[in-house]
Design a protein around this ligand. Structure first.
Ligand code: CMC
Length: 435
């Protein structure tokens, strides 16, 4: 018994004041109760039973997961237990990808095998270029990428066998390996350039930069500072637990759809400006603000809720996003090579004002991962349409890890939320001439 005599049991007693009945439900690890335990709460036998109402899933755990841990109050992010700061400092993107997909850091030989496997799968079927060529010159790179990932699935019909673990792994490796190739093809299409094929002896990031920027034969060599900066950005974006796009991946995956279809859906979720499209929206916002003089008026508009300060705020982080701190440092290293990005001064000024203003302080609004990443991408020469694409390449790892975890989780079943119907009661059809 506890001091107040409550008994110290891991249960919750719910009293229904409509009926006076009491119910005892289990409290599970993580301070959660099962939503289905509420169904027994009824007024009478005909009653459906109680549900929870949670638009946007603000307080609903949809899964148990061992992949990514976030403490939003303290600004902590860990993949498989390893702090993001250590991984960004000491690891490489493919090593982190292995960690996220397999749960443990690889030995040297495991890493070598994984790198070989990913490198081996970088080529895409030539017909994918026909798909790309169907797009107009100004098609958004992210829309092209989403479509080409869905199209890629048609080349691997065996991917639909989602219960075969070995087959699943093959598709995972294919997708991780081919995303940079597809992304580079969207860029080359946009620029009106012929494709540059993968160079498999290069690192994941150097190969990607090569496929983007090589003109002619073999004359491009990525600057090592830029190669490393992009690798760090990829590490930071690799997973972020149950966000909007990971949830989309899981929802689609729960119907046992193939991973190419599920990934295309997750990418659609990422594209929105409130999620991964925010990096593009930040750049467009900074360009629209234009000069430092316009910042105070812009911020007043944000406080009047006429618009949002893009790249600020987060559903989970109520402290500085740890990824934003690392990106800010990475930006300094990149700008030493590329020269200063004048938009950075505006971003810093927006941050300075926000962190000192009660509107933002009281709402716990801090810079998120998207606030500074776009500035780096721009300095590297990417058009804004490529920004969400650059987010999608590394997040593919997280989406696929979430998808595999879902398929191996016996608690999971097809995603199918309930609704509270607020429409019309039954009524009789009226012929059009009588309406
Ligand atoms: N600028 C101004 N006010 C904001 C912002 C912002 N960026 N974000 C939230 N608020 C206000 C919002 O108006 C609300 O005020 P009030 O309590 O007076 O109604 C309060 O803060 C809480 O906002 P919310 O919309 O209820 O919070 P949410 O958890 O539903 O939304 C968010 C989270 C990320 C969608 C939101 O903060 C936002 O729209 N931010 C801008 C877009 C952005 O940067 N997205 C990237 C997110 S991080 C990377 C990723 O997910 O890919």
């Amino acid at each position: 018994m506890t001091e107040d005599g409550s008994g110290g049991k891991n249960t919750l007693t719910i009293r229904d004041n409509r009926t006076g009945r009491e119910y005892e439900v289990d409290i599970l690890e993580g301070d959660v109760i099962r939503a289905m335990d509420l169904r027994q709460i009824k007024i009478d036998d005909d009653d459906f039973g109680m549900m929870t109402y949670d638009p946007g899933y603000k307080n609903t755990a949809s899964t148990r997961s061992t992949i990514t841990y976030i403490d939003g109050e303290k600004g902590i992010l860990r993949y498989r237990g390893y702090p993001i700061e250590q991984l960004a400092e000491r690891s490489s993107f493919l090593e982190v990808a292995y960690l996220i997909l397999n749960g443990e850091l690889p030995s040297q030989s495991e890493l070598d095998d994984f790198v070989h496997e990913i490198t081996y799968h970088t080529y895409v079927h030539e017909n994918i270029r026909t798909v790309m060529n169907g797009f107009r010159y100004d098609a958004h790179a992210m829309s092209m990428l989403i479509s080409s990932v869905a199209a890629l699935g048609t080349f691997y019909p065996e991917a639909r066998d989602v219960h075969d673990a070995g087959n699943r792994r093959l598709q995972v490796h294919r997708l991780v390996a081919k995303m940079p190739t597809l992304a580079a093809l969207t860029y080359r299409h946009h620029q009106g350039l012929p494709p540059a094929y993968p160079e498999n002896e290069l690192s994941f990031t150097a190969n990607f930069l090569n496929m983007l920027f090589r003109i002619g034969g073999g004359d491009y060599k990525a600057n090592p500072v830029i190669e490393r900066a992009l690798d760090v950005l990829f590490i930071l974006h690799a997973d972020h637990e149950q966000n909007c796009s990971a949830t989309a991946m899981r929802v689609i995956g729960s119907s046992e759809a193939d991973p190419y279809s599920a990934l295309a859906g997750a990418m659609g979720a990422l594209f929105g400006p409130l999620h991964g499209g925010a990096n593009e929206a930040v750049l467009r916002m900074l360009e629209r603000i234009g000069t430092m003089d316009n910042i105070p008026a812009f911020m007043e508009g944000v406080k009047r809720k006429e618009e949002r300060l893009m790249g600020f705020g987060h559903r989970v982080y109520k402290a500085y996003d740890p990824r934003a701190s690392i990106i800010k440092r990475t930006a300094d290293e990149v700008f030493e090579v590329t020269g200063h990005n004048p938009l950075l001064d505006m971003a810093l000024e927006l941050e300075r004002i926000a962190l000192d203003d009660d509107f933002f302080i009281s709402r716990h609004l801090y810079p998120n991962v998207d606030f500074y990443s776009g500035l780096i991408y721009q300095a590297l020469g990417f058009p804004v349409e490529m920004f969400p694409v650059l987010f999608a390449i590394p997040r593919t790892v997280g989406w696929l890890a979430q998808w595999e975890e879902l398929l191996e989780d016996e608690d999971q079943s097809i995603a199918r939320p309930r609704q509270i119907f607020t429409g019309s009661a039954e009524r009789d059809f009226v012929p059009v001439e009588d309406r």
